[in-house]
Design a protein around this ligand. Sequence first.
Ligand SMILES: *[C@@H]1O[C@H](CO)[C@@H](O)[C@H](O)[C@H]1NC(C)=O
Ligand SMILES: *[C@@H]1O[C@H](CO)[C@@H](O)[C@H](O)[C@H]1NC(C)=O
Length: 456
Amino acid sequence: MLLPSTVSPPSSSSFSSSFLLPNRRRSLRLFAIALLVLFGLTFYLYPSIFGRAYFVPATAQVNQEPASQPRVHQIHTDPSLYRTIFHTGHSTDSHREPPANLTLVLSITNDTRSWGRMTRKSQQVWTFGDYISRIRQQGLSPESVHLGILTSDLTAYGTYIDELASSTDLPFARAEIIYLPSLPCMTDSTSEGQRKDRHTTDHVKQSARRRRIARIRNFLSSHMLTPAVQHVIWLDADVYDLPAGLFSRLVELGSIPADRDIKNIVKYVDTSVHTTSTAQPTASAPKKTVSTATSAVAATGKEKTSQTSTPSAEIPAPLPIGLITLRCQDATHFDFDRNAWAGFGRRPSYPELRKLLNGVKLPGMEGWAKSLSQLIKGTTDDQIVKLDAVGGTALYIRAELLREGLVFPPYAIAGTHWGSDGEDGVETEGLCYMAEMMGWGCYTLGGQWRTLHADA
Ligand SMILES: *[C@@H]1O[C@H](CO)[C@@H](O)[C@H](O)[C@H]1NC(C)=O
Ligand SMILES: *[C@@H]1O[C@H](CO)[C@@H](O)[C@H](O)[C@H]1NC(C)=O
């Protein structure tokens, strides 16, 4: 066939010669073709037969791996939603009792840079691997921990899968990595809110960002919440240091029954005078509720004071613990998370706060909201202090509240009216408003409890 034909055009010659092959050679060739087709089909159908795609690293492909190696399952339900689920050797059989105090750890990241880096004392660049180590160091029993990570970047998605698939002793029973490049129901009109005309461009941008983050958080939280989960801990990706024993402390406080008297651990800071004595430009709805509650307390307090004259009688019974956060610190800010506060007045800027913490008196300060660092001043590690708003750097949420409807408000929830957005309380800042309406309180850990935040 390879020799130039002298008799007829090459095409017809090769056709006839192959057609006239001896029988055995022809069947061999047919066999080879059948094998090729079979191989091709297997390759093509592999993901639907075995439920995984090719880019899972080789270590994760094996079905009969030792118990310490995670089992991997990939689901691509939609072109825009990829999920990779890891069951580690710590996961309990589905027919067994779920582990006690099952804790769900959640984080969202843009991409692999979201883990943050240091720029001052070192040039450390934090990774997903560091994040896993942080969870491991918390020392919760791995059977009682689930992990949920959402990213909007396909490269990051692959990196996280590789990291988990090549690890042998993961500190959780189950982890799910989710790739979600855009929210399925986010439209242009919902991303900017309805009241953009009344705000500056910066405000609109910031508000649009937080509306989006609220919806991403709600997506991840509702996606990962299984019936056995009792505790949810949100961690910002760029928080690089957690104090030892933090998770245990959060689980311990979050396990306290609603009817238990917690007055002995709550340090009461009176912020009620500020809500009634100052002019408040914002948040008419919560203000009304708070001032009614305050006056009710004040009225009963006065009655009691006239009989017993104990000032402690005025302290209202603390709400049961639903949400907990703690101070977050970075290289230049003692109090980095400025979304955590108590009271509803103006929130001081950081330079103002620094002065306040140094004992400087500023005009109007009586009416200002108190920041977390002011509230925890003079507290011990065992104490907690009530908050009216929290940030998300490290945040505990009692899972039952999420099942009953607590969400990160994807709009300004305080001061809403029919047909219009509210004034305040988007994303983490509206959580406590909602939780309190459900009868549960937000608190911060007192004393020395703190997380550390990356420089950039
Ligand atoms: C995430 O991405 C958005 C848009 O691409 C950007 O504005 C934002 O700063 C990023 N956030 C982080 C933490 O990298
Ligand atoms: C859950 O943790 C709390 C706090 O550590 C503990 O008091 C409680 O007994 C635990 N619950 C169970 C069912 O083990």
